[in-house]
Ligand binder design. Structure first.
Ligand code: C2O
Ligand code: CU
Length: 507
């Protein structure tokens, strides 16, 4: 054979019949490609209503497959509707929160077209005592899309978790829903709507929830909850976008409960005194030491409690590069101390180690992988560069199946260039390691953990609160764009449905 393959190819190419064939093949490839795109588009579309448990890949974390569990086990199925708090008994504290639209004025005079609880944002501070039976009556006056309330960081029974379409139906205008739960934790929490959360939380449907310890606060404590929030691009502390002054006598014990309701991390500085970080995400730290000139970087949804004794001179807590600040001083005025730039506070090496119910050397019943990535594809029919969990685009994400009593380890890796504040409902996780390094300070229990680009965390929790629990990014825009999945206890089902016909859109 004298002809070279290349020449043969040229000859083919020049033959009109072959050219026609090639054109046909090209068209076939394009058609097949379009067909695939059409298929991918169509396959990504979610039905008008669906059960969140009908989707996702069941992932048992290498543990035993619970008997009879196929997503919808028959026999002894438990509905989330039965996993409620105590329905009988006189509540120790009752609150009514009415969701309504309102124009809110910030301290600067700026007006915000807000969604509010009781006409204000943040909503009223709910202050209760550890052990209290709390009852909250939620009403919706005129928030068209509906509302719900999630108790962020409070490990309530699943039926009180406030996730529309999973644990309840959204409360539509004119409607009402009653939450009842006993609070066993003490610390700083917050509440927010979990219906259309990305939009509604941003617009103001949130507030602080403080659970004082059973024994009460040290006598005379000035105890303040401060929520950092971005209102239409204006950063504020408790809706004040200016310096707010407060009189606090020298010698007073002060506890500031810092809450970040934003999608992204927020830095706060505390100038004029040394201080201790005494709690993270509603859990006290062991033997916190005094800090100075350290910046507090709060994850979106996260909380830090700081404590100090009021000095003779003013103290200022502020959000750098904004005008939002709170100034405390014995006379209500005085020159404000300048915040010096510092390093970010690092919980991984702060305080002293203490015994924990389990640790990195424990035997884990289940080991899950949670890889956050990105790829081009369709999300509910919309093309884009989508978030992925373990390679899949929502709803093709894992469902972590656990059984009551399991000790569970989750390895979270962030392969994207964005920060993701990961939030697990209904449980607190113990941080075991970060980027392979063990923790060297106080036990660090979190419910909202910032995972920076390239970071890798190992966390663990005890599966002790049966239900269907959201596990999602608290950058709520990311959650709405698919960065959300569930931890499901085997045998638990939901009668509620997500989707437009059901008016339930938790994200
Ligand atoms: Cu603070 Cu699922 O949310
Ligand atoms: Cu995210």
């Amino acid at each position: 054979m004298s002809s070279h393959p290349e020449n043969r190819f040229r000859r083919l190419w020049s033959a009109p019949a072959a050219r026609g064939l090639l054109t046909a093949a090209g068209i076939a490839v394009v058609v097949a490609g379009l067909g695939w795109l059409g298929y991918a588009w169509n396959a990504s579309r979610l039905p008008d209503t669906y059960d969140v448990m009908d989707y996702g890949r069941l992932d048992y974390g290498g543990g035993a497959v619970p008997a009879g569990h196929h997503g919808h086990p028959g026999g002894h199925a438990i509905s989330v509707a039965t996993l409620r708090g105590p329905q009988a008994g006189k509540p120790d504290k009752t609150f009514t929160l009415t969701a309504k639209t309102a124009k809110v004025r910030l301290a600067s005079g700026a007006r915000v077209d807000a969604l509010t609880f009781n006409g204000q944002t943040p909503g009223p501070e709910l202050r209760v005592r550890q052990g209290d039976l709390v009852q909250v009556i939620l009403r919706n006056k005129d928030v068209e899309e509906g509302v719900s309330i999630h108790w962020h960081g409070v490990d309530v029974p699943n039926g009180e978790d406030g996730v529309s379409g999973v644990t309840q139906d959204a409360v539509l205008p004119g409607g009402r829903h009653v939450y009842r739960f006993r609070v066993e934790q003490a610390g700083t929490f917050w509440y927010h709507t979990h219906q259309d959360a990305a939009e509604e939380v941003e617009r103001g449907l949130f507030g602080p929830l403080v659970i004082e310890p059973r024994r009460g606060l040290p006598h005379g404590t000035q105890d303040l909850a401060l929520i950092a929030h971005d209102f239409e691009g204006i950063e504020a502390i408790n809706s004040s976008d200016r310096v707010e002054h407060r009189v606090v006598a020298a010698g007073t014990p002060v506890r500031l409960r810092l809450i970040n309701s934003d999608n992204t991390a927020q830095r706060l500085t505390l100038a004029g005194t040394s201080f201790r970080v005494v709690a993270i995400d509603g859990t006290d730290l062991n033997r916190p030491t005094p800090l100075k000139g350290v910046w507090l970087r709060l994850a979106g949804g996260g909380r830090y409690d700081v404590a100090f004794t009021m000095p003779e001179k003013p103290v200022e807590i502020s959000i750098p590069e904004t005008e939002a600040a709170l100034a405390l001083s014995p006379d209500g005025k005085g020159d404000l101390p300048a915040a010096s730039p510092g390093k970010d506070f690092d919980p991984a090496r702060y305080g002293a180690p203490a015994a924990t119910p389990f640790d990195a050397s424990s035997h884990f019943d289940r080991n899950f992988r949670f890889d956050i990535g990105r790829k081009p594809g369709f999300l509910d029919g919309r093309p884009g560069y989508q978030w992925t969990v373990n390679g899949g685009i929502y709803p093709d994400v894992p469902v972590f199946v656990v059984q009551r009593g399991d000790l569970v380890r989750v390895s979270i890796s962030n392969h994207t260039s964005a920060v993701h504040p990961m939030h697990l409902h209904g449980h607190h996780v113990l941080v075991l390691s970060r980027n392979g390094a063990a923790m060297s300070g106080s036990p660090w229990w979190a419910d909202t953990l910032d995972i920076a680009p390239g970071e890798h965390y190992e966390v663990a929790f005890r599966a002790d609160n049966p239900g269907l629990w959201m596990d999602h990014c608290h950058n709520l825009r990311h959650a709405a764009a698919g960065l959300t999945m569930h931890v499901a206890y085997a045998g638990v089902t939901t009668p509620f449905r997500v989707g437009s016909t059901a008016h339930n859109r938790p994200e």
